[in-house]
Design a protein around this ligand. Sequence first.
Ligand code: HMG
Ligand code: MG
Length: 302
Amino acid sequence: MSLPKKVKLVEVGPRDGLQNEAKPVPTEVKIELIHRLQDAGLPVIQATSFVSPKWVPQMADNAQVMAGIKRKPGVQYPVLVPNRKGLDAAMAAGCTEAVIFGAATEAFSKKNTNCTIAEGIARFSEVAAVALANGLKVRGDMSVCLGCPYEGEVDPQAVVRLAREFEQLGCYEFTIADTIGTATPGKTRAAIEAVAKYISVDRLAIHVHDTYGQAIGNIYAALECGISTFDSSVAGLGGCPYAKGATGNVATEDVLYLLDGLGIETGVDMQKLIAAGDYICGVLGRPTFSRAAKAIAAKMAA
Ligand code: HMG
Ligand code: MG
């Protein structure tokens, strides 16, 4: 089975990683983190969210973050956009990629965005149309595709339905997310294969959380299916505030260790990435969740 030769890593630390932090993270720290991540060679950095600050206070400084970053040529800075208000603010801040986000289950849709799946799609239909008309790219993130904290097992056909709706809206990329990190490789493969009947694998991305320690196994299964875009978070930060029990995203350092070991090109420098993780963990006052970063640091210290 041949694996992709090149992988696109989508760094979600500044957004998914920090949205869940209980204490405010200063805007300058978010900007410095983004600078360090782009210096490490990450080609896509989810910079912030233009969601309601009443729902996610940690992302309330979205416009300041966008204004503060010195954008590196060739790097993309997508932002989450839940509705027209968010899109207008994102466009005013000079964003060039909007990430719309829906859920494969009704219960999660309600908890995360206060609407049904169908109402969310109606909202996103306007968002996507306006974004595309203004030259933005639109990505579709699909939550709880592999397990829901409220509904449990998720039928791959629910993921297929959402992906096909998002395709109608003009998304260029579709993210199958394991929001609460309960998936195992067989489930991951089943969801990918179900969606790939309608949308080619080169347009699919995987976004995994590492709650049950299955993330790297799930990513390997996705590589075997031909997936070549993966979301991950530096130092394994993160979690969705509306997904009970969800821990951090898979650590970018751990994904990079896997890909480097397989000889798959990413353009990302491990030492600089670990330094970016050390920086944010230092500010947050906690150790990294990345196994690879810990092991490499221990080896260097020995
Ligand atoms: P709502 O309360 O139903 O909406 O929230 P509303 O229209 O009644 O607005 C409530 C208040 O928020 C109003 O203010 C609005 O103006 C304001 P008030 O009039 O009371 O002063 N508001 C906004 N302010 C700024 N920017 C906006 C905006 N929208 C409304 N865009 C809504 C509905 C969708 C807005 C809300 O539920 C929301 O923001 N949800 C986002 C939740 C979120 O960010 N979750 C985490 C990201 S998703 C995730 O992490 C999963 C992912 O990683 C993949 C995975 O792992 O699954 C992507
Ligand atoms: Mg997530």
